[in-house]
Design a protein around this ligand. Sequence first.
Ligand code: FES
Length: 83
Amino acid sequence: MNLDQLSSIDELYVVCECANVTYKEILEAIKAGHCDMESLMDATNAGMGCKKCRSKETDPADERAIHLDEILALAKAEGLCKS
Ligand code: FES
């Protein structure tokens, strides 16, 4: 996953199926300052169920197209996080 791929994700893609949280909602939470995993999960409820959306490590069958840790890393690289 690189920056081009990050921007190519459909904003309505459901990143977290357990909590029905879209990519757009994840990005909005990041832009609002939730720039670490704990804060992002608290703000969106994503990642609190089966945990497959958290990272490739917690999604061994690669069921999710993108994971919270990848979105956070790329958002930081794009300057979406102030910290
Ligand atoms: S898909 Fe996010 S916790 Fe299950």
